[in-house]
Design a protein around this ligand. Structure first.
Ligand SMILES: Cc1cc2nc3c(=O)[nH]c(=O)nc-3n(C[C@H](O)[C@H](O)[C@H](O)COP(=O)(O)O)c2cc1C
Length: 155
């Protein structure tokens, strides 16, 4: 079983909640995982674990909607701007709200980062639209797909 390192940013606690539901699910299945807040991470932290999860919601940046959470933005585009993921498998979780025009656009921002830093997608990005409370089943379903990859059932 491959190990997992999760780096997330969360302002009102929604992403943090999704990560806690996913983490509990995966731990029960025997996955070894570590979790870190983006604001406490340095560039090299993206290289921890066999598989990396990046997670955050879509936010304003300099008054423009459709951006990464500012903590995740600062990590990826400043402290981790010279990191080479060298084919590392990466999974993405992005949150958003359908009241915004660029709903869940953080996904594309994440993809721009990992594609230009040699990351390799290991499963489809997971999008959580609106409050995550009540969406636990969806989180676990995506977690089951990720588990297939971690356990080597899917390459
Ligand atoms: C200032 C602000 C800007 C936001 N911009 C967007 C946006 O452009 N697109 C979107 O889908 N959601 C947007 N959202 C909604 C958040 O992505 C959503 O509430 C998310 O669940 C927050 O997760 P968090 O508590 O983990 O940060 C915005 C919310 C705020 C408060």
């Amino acid at each position: 079983m491959q190990s997992l390192h999760i780096i997330y940013a969360s302002t009102s606690g929604h992403t943090e909640y999704v990560i806690s539901v996913l983490g509990e699910f995966l731990k029960e299945k025997g996955v070894e995982l570590s979790v870190q807040k983006a604001e406490e991470a340095v560039g090299e932290d993206l290289l921890k674990g066999d598989v990396l999860i990046l997670a955050c919601a879509t936010w304003n940046l300099d008054a423009l909607e459709g951006h990464l959470n500012p903590h995740m933005y600062a990590l990826l585009n400043k402290r981790a701007q010279d990191i080479d993921l060298a084919g590392k498998p990466v999974a993405l979780i992005s949150l958003g709200d359908d009241r915004y025009f660029y709903t869940c656009r953080a996904t594309e921002r994440f993809m721009q980062y990992f594609m230009s830093h040699n990351g390799k997608p290991c499963c489809p990005p997971f999008l959580v639209v609106n409050e995550p409370y009540g969406q636990e089943e969806k989180v676990e379903k995506w977690g089951a797909k990720l588990l297939e990859f971690l356990s080597g059932a899917k390459e």
